[in-house]
Design a protein. Structure first.
Ligand code: ADP
Ligand code: UDP
Length: 238
């Protein structure tokens, strides 16, 4: 499958049209941004790692009954996916307090929740992705009641699958962001990516951060952390 026109260049990926209008190609870049694009940088090799990791996790999820956009890995940075119309919600699942949750509610990072939480942000960079509840999403016509029910059902199931998989490899799944989209027939599928850019991942024993927080917080060892996640999840067990 060949790329035809570039449809969109985002902060971390480019999306291309193909000769089949139901499919597109995503190409993962090494560009890194944080704080709504205010902080910019490069994480060498990130595009390759995020492409390969996302595809591994999408395959795992689809084997476990979650419909996804994944079609085929084309090369180390590019993947063929089903073209969807993205539901403009960032769905965030949390198992442990961190990041904006810890800040918003004035609690320390690292509190292990009895059960996972879910929250939604409106996917809108110019508004800074504000928090939104499901009634607001319904009122704005962003998704139907049935779709919101399904997003919650899929997201918690995805959490169970990913949490167990990561734990087998010595990684604690702290929190992560998902995006869903609609196929032309209205079916909802998981889209976008699942990677150290979109998840908080901590070493299970040392709680060392193995994700984009190393870039956001200038902790150093960013590339090493991404490589370590790839080694653990795609290579040998912990
Ligand atoms: P951003 O738009 O936040 O800068 P990216 O750089 O990751 O993010 O850009 C990728 C874009 O492609 C995102 O806007 C995402 O919603 C969109 N996308 C992801 N999967 C698909 C898909 N299967 N079909 C169409 N668009 C998709
Ligand atoms: N996240 C993301 N994209 C966003 C916002 C958040 O991938 O635009 C991920 C982030 O990497 C983390 C989780 O969602 O794993 C929760 O992020 P949080 O709300 O704590 O926000 P942040 O600390 O990134 O501002």
């Amino acid at each position: 499958m060949e790329k035809t026109a570039e449809l969109y260049e985002g902060k971390a990926k480019k999306v291309y049209a193909t000769s089949d209008e139901s499919l597109c190609i995503v190409s993962y870049k090494d560009d890194a941004t944080a704080f709504n694009g205010e902080k910019k940088g490069t994480i060498l090799g990130k595009g390759v790692i995020n492409n390969r990791l996302t595809n591994r996790l999408m395959k795992l999820l689809s084997e476990n009954g979650i419909p996804t956009h994944y079609v085929e890995e084309l090369n180390e940075r590019e993947t063929l996916v089903k073209k969807v119309s993205i539901i403009p919600l960032e769905v965030i699942i949390r198992n442990i307090s961190a990041g904006s949750f810890a800040k918003r509610y004035g609690v320390e990072e690292g509190i292990v929740f009895k059960s996972p939480t879910i929250e939604f942000s409106l996917k809108n960079d110019s508004l800074g992705d504000p928090l939104i509840n499901e009634y607001h999403a319904l009122a704005l016509g962003l998704a139907s009641e049935q779709e919101i029910r399904k997003i919650k059902e899929y997201s918690f199931k995805i959490n169970d699958i990913l949490k167990a998989f990561m734990l087998e490899h010595g990684i604690e799944l702290v929190d992560f962001k998902l995006e869903f989209g609609r196929l032309p027939d209205g079916t909802m599928v998981l889209a976008d990516e699942i990677s150290p850019d979109t998840c908080r991942l901590w070493d299970v024993k040392t709680h060392e951060k193995l994700d984009k927080d190393r870039f956001r917080r200038d902790l150093g060892g960013v590339e090493d952390a991404y490589n370590e996640v790839m080694r653990r999840l795609l290579g040998e067990k912990a």
